[in-house]
Design a protein around this ligand. Structure first.
Ligand code: GLA
Length: 730
């Protein structure tokens, strides 16, 4: 039997040292997290750190610590229950079938499956009084030091139970100091990092917005042990809760200076009923652990995402021309046909028709009407979408389309015909967000409708090659008439909404497995690793000012690989087009400008730059990313991407602030990820005027030189962005 496909199932794999002690190590290539039972069979988290050579040593770890439980009860429980003698923040709160609210969890058994370097360990815990089972799951990508963990709660009691809190993960770390970087923001200011030293008490990051989980807070975090997070040194964990709705992550420093992390669906208004025999699977907490700083942690997470998570994560991506900023809602067939021609002329792969193509009784000529009525607007598109798809075909480009199928304007036939399909309070006036409301995806009829929007487009136009799926409202007035009719508690609305959406996406992917889809949200970068099972990419922010994008893309890059990030050249920002194109070339490149308004030189440059992008995109999309110089620490930023065999790389450097110019130009930037024994030629590309740059003629350096001395891209006010191609010379 082929060893790579051998499935090993080891039951009761725990190492038992004596009758009352079970040790369960969860091991990656470099790290381990270890659980141990006590005499009563409770399960404790006793170790997190470098993997020890001998597993038997784990039995001694907890004896080196003294954490009295007199005040707060349990602090290092593997999954902290509530209502008994634990007084610290719980991971699990249950109202049992008889109304009792106390839960205790005892270790029952453990199993492990292993296949191709990926293992799943399942630890079963049981309440000794109630028939409640909790299974803690740890999926480990061994070589990548990436862990995905989630919990399953099974109601085997005599009747219905209520889950008040049902965390995905309950981590525990002992250390002297902990630093947390969390990423918060606002519309146009997404993913702004704040790093702080954690002090006693709970630091919470959360969302209660229902749909756009990433608008204000985000479920992404970096925990650095001992010192503030560094790019190339120190123990760090880079993590994310993969859930597309309300989340809550609590970072709790206890009185002994230990850190507990409790992450999961936000319990806010979300107590969840489980009927007898039902089970609840929580979303996953996903994290990458590195002993060499955030750089390695991100690279591990990127590799994992590309190979194991993101839809078509190792596949190709289409460059595109979007008409949003070129036309907004004001277009017709002729204008669009021109734009389709321009798509070809400038050298892009696909034309993306944005908002405004639908609605007849309530035409979508602005954002205040028509959303929900997904029929072509007969005035703007008398020949229908099919005509545009053909126009694209004629011009040898592909055609993509914008939809926002979860939402509705009150001024729409959909709303007038199905007011009960909309989330709103029955007795209160409606509250709009961007003139729209959210459809009630807890309702299977609404799920059918949303699936139908996509299915209808593809059925009528099988050649549609791309979908931009937008989401521009939060859930206000959370109330579902469907849940009410079914006698289901309103506290299910936030969870059932997200699960309803996943169900729709599951159906879409079953029928249309490969069509690339962009996850968009005007504000908030709606992206997480549950969504990215269904989407190939996401829109990080409506803010496309290239200076802001340098920071935004930098921050997203801690968690997401470049292949997932849609980066468009637009009219935002005062920088020259070269700067804009260079910044957007660090992700999946697109244009959202009126090509006719570009000067002759700008057009010529753009054509060359798109050609260049097609030449090196393999490095950006599929290579390994190294963050070289942070715009937070320098008046410039530099990022590079290297291919797998270290024979080619592309390096982007930008002036990101006008301060301290003198200092910048005088020092080199060290490259990373090359082979020190190889020789490389370094050559500047993407010059606005051919032949004008100081690094135009290739110069050969050793990898050793490039990584230890570095190269000076000569960034200055006159050279605000520089792209260098690094090629092995044999
Ligand atoms: C959001 C998106 C934009 C555009 C508009 C259309 O704001 O982020 O790119 O699609 O919606 O209404």
């Amino acid at each position: 039997m082929n060893i790579r496909t051998t499935l090993v199932i080891i039951c009761f794999l725990a190492i038992s040292f004596c009758e009352s002690q079970t040790i369960i190590p969860i091991e990656t290539k470099d790290f381990s997290m270890v659980f141990k039972t006590d005499a009563q069979n409770r399960l404790w988290n006793v170790y997190f750190g470098k993997k020890l050579k001998n597993q038997s040593d784990y039995a001694e770890v907890d004896k080196q610590y003294y954490f009295p439980d007199a005040n707060a009860g349990i602090s290092n429980s593997a999954y902290t229950p509530s209502g008994t003698w634990n007084l610290s923040e719980p991971a699990l709160m249950v109202k049992h079938h008889d109304g009792n609210r106390s839960t205790e969890l005892l270790f029952h058994d453990v199993s492990k499956e292993e296949l191709d370097g990926i293992s799943v360990t399942k630890i079963k815990l049981l309440d000794p009084v109630y028939n409640l089972k909790v299974v803690l799951n740890y999926k480990v990508w061994h070589d990548l030091n990436v862990v995905e963990q989630w919990a399953e709660i099974v109601n085997n009691e005599k009747g219905k139970i209520e889950l008040g809190k049902y965390a995905s993960a309950n981590l525990f770390f002992t250390n002297k100091d902990f630093y947390l970087t969390h990423f918060q923001g606002e519309y146009l200011r997404e993913m702004m990092p704040t790093e702080e030293k954690l002090t006693q008490g709970i630091k919470t990051v959360e969302s209660k917005l229902g749909t756009r989980a990433m608008l204000l807070g985000t479920p992404n975090f970096i925990v650095s042990f001992e010192n503030p997070a560094q790019e190339d040194s120190g123990l760090v964990m880079v993590g994310q809760l993969a859930w597309s709705g309300n989340f809550k992550i609590e970072f709790d420093i206890d009185s002994n200076k230990n850190l507990r992390v409790i992450a999961g669906i936000n319990p806010y208004e979300s107590s969840y009923g489980l009927q007898k025999g039902e089970r609840f699977k929580t979303p996953s907490l996903i994290y990458s652990i590195s002993k060499s700083g955030t750089g390695l942690a991100s690279r591990q997470l990127h590799s994992w995402a590309k190979s194991h998570r993101v839809l078509n994560g190792n596949g190709d991506r289409l460059t595109l021309l979007n008409n949003w900023e070129a036309t907004y809602f004001d277009f017709n067939e002729n204008k669009l046909s021109e734009l389709i021609k321009n798509t070809k002329n400038i050298g892009l792969d696909l034309f993306l028709l944005d908002d405004g193509w639908f609605g007849n009784k309530y035409p979508r000529n602005n954002d205040d009407a028509g959303l929900g009525d997904w029929q072509e607007n007969k005035k703007k598109l008398p020949s229908g979408l099919g005509y545009l798809v053909k126009e694209a075909e004629k011009n040898d480009v592909k055609f993509g389309i914008w939809i926002e199928p979860e939402m509705v304007n009150p001024e729409s036939e959909l709303f007038k015909n199905h007011p009960d399909w909309v989330i709103k309070q029955p007795e209160r006036s409606i509250k709009l967000y961007r003139n729209q409301m959210v459809l009630d995806l807890t309702n299977p009829d609404v799920q059918d409708f949303v699936f139908g929007v996509v299915d209808d487009i593809f059925t009528k136009n099988p050649k549609v090659a791309f979908v931009k799926w937008d989401c521009n409202a939060v859930i206000y007035n959370a109330y579902s008439s469907y849940l009410e009719d079914k006698g289901i508690s309103q506290t299910h609305i936030y969870v059932d909404y997200v699960q309803g959406l996943y169900r729709v996406l599951e159906r879409i992917r079953k029928k249309y497995p490969d069509v690339p889809m962009m996850l968009c949200s005007g504000g908030g970068g709606r992206a997480d690793y549950e969504f990215l099972k269904y989407f190939t990419e996401f829109w990080p922010s409506d803010n496309t000012d290239p200076i802001e994008r340098i920071f935004l893309q930098w921050n997203y890059s801690y968690f997401f690989p470049a292949i997932t990030m849609d980066c468009h050249v637009t009219n935002w920002g005062k920088q020259p087009i070269k700067y804009k194109v260079d910044v957007a070339s660090m992700g999946k490149l697109g244009f959202d400008v009126d090509v006719d308004h570009l000067s002759k030189e700008e057009l010529e440059f753009s054509k060359r730059a798109i050609k260049n992008y097609n030449g090196f995109k393999n490095l950006v999309l599929h290579g390994t990313q190294y963050r070289l110089a942070s715009p937070y620490q320098n008046p410039f930023a530099s990022v590079m991407y290297v291919n797998e065999n270290k024979s080619q790389a592309v390096m982007f450097s930008f002036l990101s602030s006008n301060r301290f110019i003198e200092r910048i130009t005088k020092r080199p930037i060290k490259l990373k990820g090359l082979n020190s024994d190889k020789k490389y030629s370094v050559r500047e590309i993407n010059l606005f005027q051919e032949g004008e740059g100081s690094l135009v003629n290739p110069v050969v350096y050793s990898g050793d030189f490039l990584m230890n001395v570095g190269i000076n891209p000569e960034i200055s006010v006159k050279r605000t962005s520089v792209v260098l191609l690094v090629d092995e010379v044999k």
